[in-house]
Design a protein around this ligand. Structure first.
Ligand code: DON
Length: 315
């Protein structure tokens, strides 16, 4: 369904005002610094791009800013792993439950048997998913992932930010230790360093809000790009991905986000958020300053405002 004339009028009038009101929140957050390259992002930026099923787009703020997908990429590697292996094989390696822990925690990998990650959107789960992507070697797996992202974004120029990739790969002691633990638990296939390379690469794919919005639109439309009419993902896998986005997409703030915004969403530590109004809109947001849970502080505030003003909650 397209934007209504009323919504468009409201957006044109109010969206820049709402963006400015949310932008001030960025003063209370911090850019991620555990991946040193991410700390260079503009702390006070905030941008949004929305696209409806007829291809009509609305944007505001710093929507031209380029940033890396980080954890947002995990939604799409999960989908590709499901397409490559089917549901049964994937859910032998990762669970379906939220953790209530930080995204990079490995606490439960040791505490709760059989030692598989609780879900595919925490770091441990996404690393396990990387090892399930088909390909003869890590380069082929990575190029299949990139090509999939390009088709979903309808943008064949999408590529890696190599500075961020290198920065993460050079400093990822925690993810490395987690991956070795997963290998020992029998969760990872293949060489640990190869699996990690696939993971770091998909986290470092560079996008703008319009790329995220277009990818989200495919999910909003149950796997078919409504603009081109091309079917890219089986509906069942979109359903699984959207359910994880509701229960785990904003990490241990997913419950609060479901109450305040009420839409499937996925955040990344670069400050990006991908969300959607199912059946209607794909939405991409960037605001690099993060709150204590690792979600964009201004981005979450802006989505809370939009959901309230436009009555977007699914619940
Ligand atoms: O593995 C990491 O820590 C990052 N590449 C991705 C983490 C992330 O985006 C968590 N999001 N809020």
């Amino acid at each position: 369904m397209s934007f209504t004339a009323q919504e468009l009028e409201l957006m044109n009038r109010q969206l820049p005002v709402w963006v400015e009101a949310s932008k001030v929140r960025s003063a209370y957050g911090k850019t991620a610094s555990y991946i040193p390259e991410l700390a260079k992002a503009p702390q006070h930026a905030l941008g949004i791009h929305m696209i409806d099923t007829s291809g009509q787009a609305v944007s505001a703020g710093d929507c031209g800013l380029a940033f890396t997908m980080q954890s947002i990429s995990k939604v799409f590697t999960l989908i590709l792993a499901l397409m490559d292996n089917g549901e049964e094989a994937v859910f032998q390696k990762v669970g379906m439950e939220p953790t209530g822990d930080n995204f990079n925690s490995m606490l439960k990998l040791e505490l709760v048997r059989p030692g598989i990650p609780f879900n595919p959107l925490i770091n441990a789960g996404a690393i396990a998913i990387s090892s399930l992507i088909h390909g003869r070697n890590s380069a082929e797996k990575s190029s299949r992932i990139l090509a999939f992202f390009q088709s979903l974004a309808s943008n064949d120029t999408l590529t890696y930010d190599m500075d961020v990739y290198k920065s993460e790969s050079d400093t990822a002691n925690l993810n490395r230790s987690m991956a070795y633990l997963l290998k020992d638990n029998g969760v990872l296939e293949g060489q640990v360093e190869d699996v990690l390379d696939v993971y770091f690469r998909h986290c470092s794919v560079q996008v703008t809000c319009s790329d995220l919005a277009r990818m989200a639109l495919v999910l909003a439309n149950n796997g078919t790009d409504p603009v081109t009419g091309v079917s890219l993902i089986p509906r069942r896998y979109v359903q699984i991905a959207k359910t994880f986005m509701i229960t785990c997409g904003m990490y241990n703030a997913s419950g609060e986000f479901a109450i305040q915004v009420g839409l499937p969403a996925k955040s990344g530590v670069s400050g990006g958020i991908l969300t959607m109004v199912p059946g209607r809109l794909g939405i991409g947001v960037i605001g690099p300053a993060l709150n204590s849970k690792g979600n964009s502080i201004a981005g979450v505030h802006l989505l809370e405002t939009l959901s309230r003003e436009l009555d977007w909650s699914l619940f």
